[in-house]
Design a protein around this ligand. Structure first.
Ligand code: URA
Length: 248
């Protein structure tokens, strides 16, 4: 799909979310909060549900938790505008109560379509509700935060929810440390992406190492390249929790 086509598809999906009446939350919302960010984002962040500020503004993570999320993202050298941010539920539950299973089920296809369209390198799974929705069967967030979890083609990193870290200094420190891990995971994902592009462009064998200077749009030099170290394979996965889901 072209970038323009993907933009249109995302806009259509957002319109569908804004018009959704599939669960009772549409009666109490001010407006739905589909998500925000570029369709070509390499990082996606998924929270729980809109709160009061988000319900009022129609945008995700614009309250206190959102400000912390912005700081965390900027702390690893990224810009919030480069991240696609959304929630498990697209409408605010009254009094910010926990999402109920019927609401999560009714909303599920929207998040699946967003992931499918954006195809991010890394999905930040913010808090236990996003964890239960995106990584069912995994241990709780306090056991798996900061780890990479691959499910099929997608890479997830569970993190404490910024709203929980707002009032808990230890949790905030852990969240900051986990974000540093995310920085490293992104660098590796970038290297893998460049290697795959180089292999596709040159027809190189899957095990071929990427020559230095390739990737990132640099033109290949005609001189022989020193060989770069191959991108390290992921460590052996721990026993898989279910099907193709592996924690490493
Ligand atoms: N704001 C959101 O958009 N989602 C959350 O989970 C919390 C605050």
């Amino acid at each position: 799909m072209t970038a323009a086509g993907a933009d249109l598809a995302l806009a259509a999906l957002h319109s569908g979310i804004c018009a959704c009446t599939a669960c009772p939350l549409h009666r109490t919302r001010t407006q739905a909060v589909p998500g925000a960010g570029p369709v070509r984002a390499r990082i996606m962040a998924v929270g729980e549900a809109p709160g009061e500020s988000e319900d009022r503004e129609g945008l995700p993570f614009v309250g206190a938790a959102g400000r912390l999320l912005t700081q965390l993202v900027e702390g690893i050298g990224l810009h919030r505008e480069d991240i696609y941010i959304t929630n498990v539920l697209k409408c605010r539950p009254p009094q910010n109560r926990d999402p109920n299973p019927d609401e999560v089920a009714a909303c599920a296809h929207f998040l699946d379509e967003q992931v499918e369209l954006i195809r991010p390198d890394v999905i930040l799974v913010l808090g236990r509700h996003a964890g239960a929705r995106l990584l069912p069967g995994q241990p709780g967030i306090s056991r798996i935060h900061g780890k990479r979890i691959r499910v099929g083609e997608r890479l997830y990193v569970p993190l404490f929810h910024p709203a929980a870290a707002l009032y808990n200094g230890a949790m905030l420190s852990t969240l900051q440390e986990d974000m540093e891990l995310v920085r490293g995971y992104l660098a590796e994902a970038d290297a893998e992406r460049r290697l795959a592009a180089w292999r596709a462009a040159t027809g190189a064998a899957p095990e071929a190492a990427e020559p230095l200077g390739l990737g990132l749009g640099l033109a290949p030099s005609p001189a022989p390249f020193p060989r770069a170290a191959p991108v390290e394979a992921d460590p052996a996965p721990a026993p898989s929790v279910e099907g193709q889901l592996s924690l490493f």
